[in-house]
Design a protein around this ligand. Sequence first.
Ligand SMILES: C[S@@+](CC[C@H](N)C(=O)[O-])C[C@H]1O[C@@H](n2cnc3c(N)ncnc32)[C@H](O)[C@@H]1O
Length: 319
Amino acid sequence: MEFTNYKNFWNHKALDALSAMSAVDGSTDEDTLRLTGRFSARQAREALGLGRTDRSFEIGCGVGRIGRELLDDVAHWSGLDISENMLGVARDRLGDDPRVSLHALHGPRLEMLADASMDKGYCVAVFIHMDKEDFALYLREVARVLRPGGLFYFDHWNLAHPVGWRRYEMEMAQALATPPGERKDVARNQFTVPEEARVFCERAGLEVVECLGESAWLQVVARKPGGGSSLAAEQARVAASRPAWTYGPAWTHYFDLIVAAEREGRAPHDLADELVAADGNDLVVSMFRRWIIGNWRRRESWGPVPEALARDPGALDAR
Ligand SMILES: C[S@@+](CC[C@H](N)C(=O)[O-])C[C@H]1O[C@@H](n2cnc3c(N)ncnc32)[C@H](O)[C@@H]1O
């Protein structure tokens, strides 16, 4: 099926709660989604230094995977998404919480948020699915809606990291298999490099507090100039909290094993063995275990889920 715009693509991905969940991050059940949500929420919380008085927003909130886990950390959370169907699932998951507002987007404009009305915002796994012009336009809107000194955290695929490049080669293979003249998928994965992301921030009127490129994900904390705090103070804060918001070597290694298995068209038995041997009380390990078990069950060509993996999916309250 060919999709002409982001909205119809993502509405189609979110025809029901399970497919919406799977489209946001490959989770196949609510428990896995809660675990991955906690992981991503910790990253956003630590990168932004979220606090109980913060008015916050998320661009491309999907089913509220991250927002749900952040509600107790902020005063208010606005979830914005191009897909009304995603927002419908988010509404069901978040309930009628007075700290939440959900808004449908119709393009790279945040007209529902007033100038300088927000303390902090973030965007995870969304800019990777759009053309660069839209990325730039969203950043310009971020600069408009943040108060002076306000912060924004986002990620993007990082072409400059070897694992990011290997992930990009999957896109190249897909492009090679596309019949000549056929339009590329409107929401396909797109990539950047640290220098380009810096230019996009600066041209939008944002200062780069930190731009981390140590994994397949580029992670950026940007700041609207002005306000009470200084750029140097924010840089010191994010440097101190860095271990809590970077992807880290274990995450990057497990992800690399998944990419290798996908590229070679085989089941990730090597990843399964490593996860079985690793500490199931660790959040990254437990998250990957549950994620891979769910996906293994869906992939007939992978054969049965390895018994040792299925027997011990890892702790739900992993730290
Ligand atoms: C991969 S999901 C990530 C969802 C969420 N950020 C998370 O991490 O769970 C991408 C989300 O971005 C939304 N999206 C895609 N293109 C968008 C656009 N141009 N503007 C706003 N949202 C968009 C999709 O509807 C989807 O909910």
